[in-house]
Design a protein around this ligand. Structure first.
Ligand code: FMN
Length: 215
Protein backbone atom coordinates (compact mmCIF):
# COMPACT_ATOMS: atom_id res chain seq x y z
CA UNK A 1 0.00 0.00 0.00
CA UNK A 2 1.27 3.48 -0.89
CA UNK A 3 1.82 5.80 2.09
CA UNK A 4 1.52 9.57 1.73
CA UNK A 5 2.47 12.08 4.41
CA UNK A 6 0.57 15.36 4.62
CA UNK A 7 2.30 18.45 6.02
CA UNK A 8 0.27 21.57 6.71
CA UNK A 9 2.39 24.71 6.78
CA UNK A 10 -0.20 26.84 8.54
CA UNK A 11 -0.52 26.74 12.30
CA UNK A 12 -3.89 28.49 12.49
CA UNK A 13 -7.06 26.49 13.01
CA UNK A 14 -9.10 28.21 10.29
CA UNK A 15 -6.50 27.31 7.69
CA UNK A 16 -7.33 27.11 4.00
CA UNK A 17 -4.19 25.02 3.45
CA UNK A 18 -5.49 22.52 5.99
CA UNK A 19 -8.83 22.57 4.17
CA UNK A 20 -7.00 21.76 0.93
CA UNK A 21 -5.25 18.86 2.67
CA UNK A 22 -8.63 17.60 3.90
CA UNK A 23 -9.71 17.34 0.26
CA UNK A 24 -6.45 15.60 -0.62
CA UNK A 25 -6.82 13.18 2.28
CA UNK A 26 -10.31 12.17 1.14
CA UNK A 27 -9.11 11.65 -2.45
CA UNK A 28 -6.10 9.62 -1.30
CA UNK A 29 -8.13 7.45 1.07
CA UNK A 30 -10.72 6.82 -1.64
CA UNK A 31 -7.97 5.45 -3.90
CA UNK A 32 -6.64 3.10 -1.22
CA UNK A 33 -3.65 5.17 -0.14
CA UNK A 34 -2.59 5.14 3.51
CA UNK A 35 -2.49 8.74 4.74
CA UNK A 36 -0.70 10.18 7.75
CA UNK A 37 -0.16 13.78 8.80
CA UNK A 38 2.69 15.53 10.57
CA UNK A 39 1.13 17.76 13.22
CA UNK A 40 4.24 18.89 15.09
CA UNK A 41 5.38 21.77 12.90
CA UNK A 42 4.82 24.35 15.65
CA UNK A 43 7.05 22.35 18.02
CA UNK A 44 10.09 22.26 15.74
CA UNK A 45 12.80 24.52 17.20
CA UNK A 46 14.71 27.07 15.14
CA UNK A 47 17.49 25.31 13.26
CA UNK A 48 20.68 25.24 15.31
CA UNK A 49 23.52 23.16 13.91
CA UNK A 50 24.96 22.87 17.44
CA UNK A 51 21.95 20.65 18.14
CA UNK A 52 22.74 18.35 15.23
CA UNK A 53 23.10 15.30 17.47
CA UNK A 54 20.13 16.17 19.66
CA UNK A 55 17.49 17.95 17.56
CA UNK A 56 14.60 17.04 19.86
CA UNK A 57 11.50 14.90 19.57
CA UNK A 58 9.60 17.04 17.06
CA UNK A 59 12.44 17.01 14.51
CA UNK A 60 13.03 13.28 15.01
CA UNK A 61 9.31 12.63 14.52
CA UNK A 62 9.25 14.77 11.37
CA UNK A 63 12.19 12.89 9.89
CA UNK A 64 10.74 9.50 10.85
CA UNK A 65 7.36 10.30 9.29
CA UNK A 66 9.04 11.43 6.07
CA UNK A 67 11.15 8.25 6.00
CA UNK A 68 8.07 6.08 6.47
CA UNK A 69 6.20 7.74 3.60
CA UNK A 70 6.46 6.92 -0.10
CA UNK A 71 5.51 10.50 -0.98
CA UNK A 72 4.87 13.82 0.74
CA UNK A 73 2.25 16.51 0.13
CA UNK A 74 3.04 19.94 1.57
CA UNK A 75 0.34 22.64 1.69
CA UNK A 76 1.75 25.91 2.94
CA UNK A 77 0.88 29.60 2.96
CA UNK A 78 2.85 32.45 1.49
CA UNK A 79 3.74 35.21 3.94
CA UNK A 80 5.08 38.53 2.66
CA UNK A 81 6.14 37.07 -0.66
CA UNK A 82 7.92 33.97 0.64
CA UNK A 83 7.26 30.52 2.08
CA UNK A 84 5.99 30.50 5.68
CA UNK A 85 9.04 30.54 7.96
CA UNK A 86 8.00 27.50 10.02
CA UNK A 87 8.01 25.36 6.88
CA UNK A 88 11.43 26.50 5.68
CA UNK A 89 12.82 25.96 9.18
CA UNK A 90 11.41 22.42 9.38
CA UNK A 91 12.81 21.55 5.95
CA UNK A 92 16.23 22.89 6.94
CA UNK A 93 16.32 20.25 9.72
CA UNK A 94 15.98 17.53 7.05
CA UNK A 95 18.89 18.68 4.88
CA UNK A 96 21.46 16.81 6.96
CA UNK A 97 19.39 13.68 7.51
CA UNK A 98 18.65 13.31 3.78
CA UNK A 99 15.17 11.92 4.36
CA UNK A 100 13.68 13.84 1.44
CA UNK A 101 16.38 12.72 -1.01
CA UNK A 102 14.65 11.12 -4.01
CA UNK A 103 11.23 11.39 -2.35
CA UNK A 104 8.30 12.44 -4.58
CA UNK A 105 6.75 15.64 -3.24
CA UNK A 106 3.69 17.63 -4.31
CA UNK A 107 3.18 21.29 -3.39
CA UNK A 108 0.04 23.20 -2.66
CA UNK A 109 -0.37 26.80 -1.56
CA UNK A 110 -3.78 28.21 -0.75
CA UNK A 111 -4.16 31.88 0.02
CA UNK A 112 -4.77 35.29 -1.45
CA UNK A 113 -2.53 34.83 -4.49
CA UNK A 114 -2.06 31.08 -4.90
CA UNK A 115 1.43 31.31 -3.44
CA UNK A 116 3.60 31.59 -6.55
CA UNK A 117 6.54 32.74 -4.40
CA UNK A 118 5.86 30.22 -1.63
CA UNK A 119 5.84 27.38 -4.14
CA UNK A 120 8.94 28.73 -5.88
CA UNK A 121 10.76 28.82 -2.53
CA UNK A 122 9.61 25.29 -1.73
CA UNK A 123 10.64 24.08 -5.16
CA UNK A 124 14.14 25.47 -4.73
CA UNK A 125 14.78 24.30 -1.17
CA UNK A 126 13.33 20.84 -1.84
CA UNK A 127 15.23 20.46 -5.11
CA UNK A 128 18.49 21.44 -3.44
CA UNK A 129 18.03 18.64 -0.94
CA UNK A 130 17.28 16.16 -3.70
CA UNK A 131 13.50 15.81 -3.32
CA UNK A 132 11.56 15.13 -6.53
CA UNK A 133 8.90 17.85 -6.80
CA UNK A 134 6.47 16.23 -9.22
CA UNK A 135 3.39 18.46 -8.89
CA UNK A 136 2.56 21.98 -7.80
CA UNK A 137 -0.72 23.82 -7.56
CA UNK A 138 -1.83 27.19 -6.20
CA UNK A 139 -5.33 28.04 -5.01
CA UNK A 140 -5.86 31.78 -5.27
CA UNK A 141 -8.66 33.67 -3.52
CA UNK A 142 -8.77 30.67 -1.21
CA UNK A 143 -10.87 32.51 1.34
CA UNK A 144 -13.72 33.07 -1.07
CA UNK A 145 -13.53 29.53 -2.51
CA UNK A 146 -13.92 27.96 0.92
CA UNK A 147 -16.39 28.24 3.77
CA UNK A 148 -16.08 28.17 7.55
CA UNK A 149 -17.89 25.41 9.41
CA UNK A 150 -19.58 25.82 12.79
CA UNK A 151 -16.47 24.44 14.54
CA UNK A 152 -14.31 27.14 12.96
CA UNK A 153 -12.55 24.88 10.44
CA UNK A 154 -12.54 25.79 6.75
CA UNK A 155 -13.82 23.62 3.94
CA UNK A 156 -13.52 23.78 0.14
CA UNK A 157 -16.75 23.19 -1.73
CA UNK A 158 -15.94 24.71 -5.12
CA UNK A 159 -15.99 21.78 -7.65
CA UNK A 160 -13.10 23.15 -9.72
CA UNK A 161 -10.86 23.36 -6.68
CA UNK A 162 -11.85 19.85 -5.57
CA UNK A 163 -11.03 18.49 -9.06
CA UNK A 164 -7.71 20.32 -9.21
CA UNK A 165 -6.62 18.96 -5.82
CA UNK A 166 -7.70 15.48 -6.96
CA UNK A 167 -5.53 15.81 -10.06
CA UNK A 168 -2.53 16.92 -7.99
CA UNK A 169 -2.95 13.95 -5.68
CA UNK A 170 -3.26 11.50 -8.60
CA UNK A 171 -0.08 12.85 -10.11
CA UNK A 172 1.76 12.42 -6.79
CA UNK A 173 0.54 8.86 -6.33
CA UNK A 174 1.43 7.92 -9.93
CA UNK A 175 4.97 9.20 -9.40
CA UNK A 176 5.62 6.70 -6.58
CA UNK A 177 5.83 3.80 -9.05
CA UNK A 178 8.09 5.73 -11.43
CA UNK A 179 11.86 5.59 -11.60
CA UNK A 180 13.47 8.95 -10.78
CA UNK A 181 14.49 9.31 -14.44
CA UNK A 182 10.86 8.81 -15.48
CA UNK A 183 9.94 11.76 -13.27
CA UNK A 184 12.70 13.91 -14.70
CA UNK A 185 10.76 15.66 -17.48
CA UNK A 186 7.97 16.63 -15.10
CA UNK A 187 10.40 17.76 -12.39
CA UNK A 188 12.45 19.94 -14.72
CA UNK A 189 9.35 21.47 -16.32
CA UNK A 190 8.03 22.50 -12.92
CA UNK A 191 11.44 23.81 -11.88
CA UNK A 192 11.80 25.82 -15.09
CA UNK A 193 8.27 27.23 -14.71
CA UNK A 194 9.23 28.36 -11.22
CA UNK A 195 12.48 29.90 -12.46
CA UNK A 196 14.62 27.36 -10.59
CA UNK A 197 17.98 26.28 -11.97
CA UNK A 198 17.73 22.70 -13.31
CA UNK A 199 21.44 21.72 -13.48
CA UNK A 200 21.68 20.22 -9.97
CA UNK A 201 18.44 18.30 -10.58
CA UNK A 202 20.01 16.30 -13.41
CA UNK A 203 22.89 15.22 -11.15
CA UNK A 204 20.54 14.20 -8.35
CA UNK A 205 18.28 12.24 -10.68
CA UNK A 206 21.18 10.30 -12.25
CA UNK A 207 22.40 9.22 -8.79
CA UNK A 208 18.88 8.42 -7.60
CA UNK A 209 18.21 6.31 -10.68
CA UNK A 210 21.28 4.19 -9.97
CA UNK A 211 20.17 3.71 -6.36
CA UNK A 212 16.63 2.87 -7.53
CA UNK A 213 17.96 0.15 -9.86
CA UNK A 214 20.06 -1.36 -7.05
CA UNK A 215 17.05 -1.65 -4.67
C1 FMN B 1 1.73 37.80 7.73
C2 FMN B 1 0.94 37.47 6.49
C3 FMN B 1 1.49 37.72 5.24
C4 FMN B 1 0.80 37.35 4.08
N1 FMN B 1 1.42 37.51 2.87
C5 FMN B 1 0.83 36.99 1.77
C6 FMN B 1 1.52 36.97 0.53
O1 FMN B 1 2.66 37.40 0.40
N2 FMN B 1 0.92 36.40 -0.54
C7 FMN B 1 -0.35 35.87 -0.43
O2 FMN B 1 -0.86 35.35 -1.41
N3 FMN B 1 -1.04 35.89 0.72
C8 FMN B 1 -0.48 36.42 1.82
N4 FMN B 1 -1.15 36.41 3.02
C9 FMN B 1 -2.52 35.91 3.06
C10 FMN B 1 -2.55 34.41 3.15
O3 FMN B 1 -2.48 33.88 1.86
C11 FMN B 1 -3.85 33.95 3.80
O4 FMN B 1 -3.94 34.47 5.10
C12 FMN B 1 -3.96 32.43 3.83
O5 FMN B 1 -5.27 32.12 4.14
C13 FMN B 1 -3.01 31.80 4.85
O6 FMN B 1 -3.11 30.39 4.78
P1 FMN B 1 -3.95 29.54 5.86
O7 FMN B 1 -5.39 29.94 5.68
O8 FMN B 1 -3.71 28.13 5.49
O9 FMN B 1 -3.45 29.91 7.22
C14 FMN B 1 -0.49 36.80 4.18
C15 FMN B 1 -1.05 36.57 5.45
C16 FMN B 1 -0.35 36.88 6.59
C17 FMN B 1 -0.94 36.57 7.94
Amino acid sequence: MIRVLLVCGSLQRTSTNRAALDVARAALSASGVEVSAFEGLGSIPPLNSDRGDDPGDAVLAFRAQIRAADAVLIAAPEYAGAIAGVVKNALDWVVGSGDLYGKPVALLSAGTSGGVFARRDLMRTLSWQGANVVASFGIDAAGSRSMTDADGSRRFTDPTTLNDIGALVSSLVASVAQRPSERFAQITRLARDAGIETGPLADHIAAQDEAWLRR
